[in-house]
Design a protein around this ligand. Structure first.
Ligand SMILES: [Zn+2]
Length: 180
């Protein structure tokens, strides 16, 4: 994703302007917004990433900003296709990829990835809100907006340390809250 051109933005107004540009009170009340909340595949996701996704969407909604989880779980086949189409870097061959059960992509209900045109600082606001939610949950979350520029992926949030965990045969996780 392209990093927006920030050269002409007054620093004093950058966050209020970004919030105003994302706000859409009417859409928040729409049936489409409600429907968007149920689009992503939640099957097999870690309960903490589901809780994080819902709380971040709710907190953004309280700011008047409509968001929804565009992607939570990708199956192995979906992950393979995502790598082939250039959407993801992570091969599923090792049995692990962030969207197996520990990541979510959150996007705007009307403006999508907010890159056409880019809204300066919009994703910084979203990243900040997500980090606040993670702190409130006592959860270590890594934000894709903090990835190196080549991998900049600000819609993406993942549970830290996902590479180290495995799903148990009975569907429970090797990771518990005490491990975070
Ligand atoms: Zn993602």
């Amino acid at each position: 994703m392209m990093v927006p051109d920030l050269t002409n933005v007054d620093p004093a107004t950058k966050f209020p302007r970004a919030i105003a540009a994302m706000q859409n009170a009417g859409f928040l009340k729409s049936a489409r917004y409600t429907e968007q909340q149920h689009r992503a595949n939640r099957e097999g996701a870690h309960p903490f990433i589901l809780e994080f996704a819902d709380k971040t969407v709710k907190r953004l909604g309280m700011l008047g900003i409509p968001f929804f989880p565009h992607c939570i779980v990708r199956t192995e086949e979906e992950q393979r296709q995502a790598v082939q189409s250039g959407v993801s870097w992570d091969s599923p061959d090792d049995g692990l990829w962030p969207h197996r059960f520990g990541a979510v992509d959150l996007i705007h209900g009307v403006l999508g990835w907010m890159d056409k045109p880019a809204i300066p600082y919009a994703w910084d606001v979203v990243g900040h809100v997500g980090k606040q939610v993670a702190i409130s949950m006592g959860l270590k979350i890594v934000w894709g907006g903090d990835f190196p520029p080549r991998k900049y992926d600000p819609a993406h949030f993942e549970m830290a340390g996902w590479r180290n965990w495995r799903k148990n045969a009975d569907g429970t996780f090797a990771l518990n809250r005490s491990d975070l």
